[in-house]
Design a binder for this molecule. Structure first.
Ligand code: CUA
Length: 176
């Protein structure tokens, strides 16, 4: 019985490691992959200017991905649902202070940026989650960013480590 217990330990460790890594990989994947809420539908246009409405809250943006066409002229209407936040896109020189419960309108901006993904961030300190309060502005259809592949690479590496660990641990049987 004692020998069996010893033999089972590496396997139990391997399984635990696999579970932990799988959970970790899933969390990362979920954070990157599933969290995309894209602006669509509801935006209205006035005189060729698309009004993009966003809601902000502690600590995020909804939608958290805003897609615009290159050269498109847009206007952001941003509502804070709770605290004072800021809506900033450095590349568009936008920085709107937000007050709770009020729609704040940006000037109309023409997006003359190269196709790509640009950060949207909160520019007013709003507590613990402030540094992570981010969204994305996607101009055109840039090639998929490497960040999307990262969770997959991470989980592949994790799986390799686990398989390696289990395979390495198994043949080590003590002399009878
Ligand atoms: Cu919201 Cu800082």
């Amino acid at each position: 019985m004692e020998r069996r217990g010893r033999k089972d330990t590496p396997r139990a460790l391997g399984l635990t490691a696999a579970a932990v890594l799988a959970l970790g990989a899933f969390t990362v994947w979920a954070a990157y992959g599933l969290s995309e809420i894209t602006a669509k539908g509801g935006d209205v246009s006035h005189d060729g200017v698309r009004q993009i409405t966003l809601r902000v809250y502690a600590w995020g943006f909804s939608p958290n991905v805003v897609r615009v066409a290159p050269g498109e002229t847009v206007q952001f209407v941003v509502w804070s649902e709770d605290l004072q936040h800021g809506f900033a896109i450095n590349e568009l020189r936008l920085n709107l202070p937000l007050v709770p419960g009020k729609g704040v309108r940006s000037p109309a901006v023409t997006v003359s940026l190269p196709e790509g993904t640009y950060p949207i961030h909160c520019s007013v300190f709003c507590g613990m989650g402030h540094p992570s309060m981010k969204a994305k502005l996607v101009v055109g259809t840039p090639p998929p960013s490497r960040a999307i592949a990262l969770p997959w690479i991470a989980s592949l590496l994790g799986a390799t480590v686990v398989v390696g660990f289990v395979a390495f641990a198994r043949p080590r049987r003590g002399p009878a």
